[in-house]
Design a protein around this ligand. Sequence first.
Ligand code: ZN
Length: 203
Amino acid sequence: MNPLDQLINTFERFPGVGGRQAKRFAFHVLRLQVEEADKLANLIANARTTVVECTSCHRYFSKRQVEELCSVCTAPNRNRDRLLVVENDSDVQAIERAGVYDGLYFVLGGTVPLLSAPENSKLRSGALKATVASRLHEGLTEVILGFSVNPDGENTARFVVSFLTDSVESGLTISYLGRGLSTGSELEYADSETIKNALQNRA
Ligand SMILES: [Zn+2]
């Protein structure tokens, strides 16, 4: 495969990008000045080595030295009795932007589509189960499920609840952010006021 086809092929594998769009991206790259193209290549290489996944909440953050935890997980003023489970990093960004939540997060890494088996998904379900079990001894009282208000989001919530039953028996409360959001809402695109209402009205 020639470099142009390889480039198109690479963009085609990006989430939400179709064949036509992949071609437009590839030709855009070809039209860049050499310095701009170098900058882009360096940026990608640099991000891959300096942006790492937090070992606790699993969101990506820029590390300064060798730390393994992000700034939210290490902040002393965060409320450690709440854990908000979201689909993706962009949900954390939207909630942090709203500035209305002071607990900790867990990024599950996606959803369980309604018609697929949970075991086929690449979600961090094992890690979530382990995190909840260990945090219960550190004062965790509530897990808030912050998934999209659509069939996939609801299916994911059912799946998460199914493997947290032991923790619920140990006194953990599970609440749903979605009950404060309108149908079809995705946290990622919600404005601050909507997120604030969703948090206040969670049930
Ligand atoms: Zn973290």
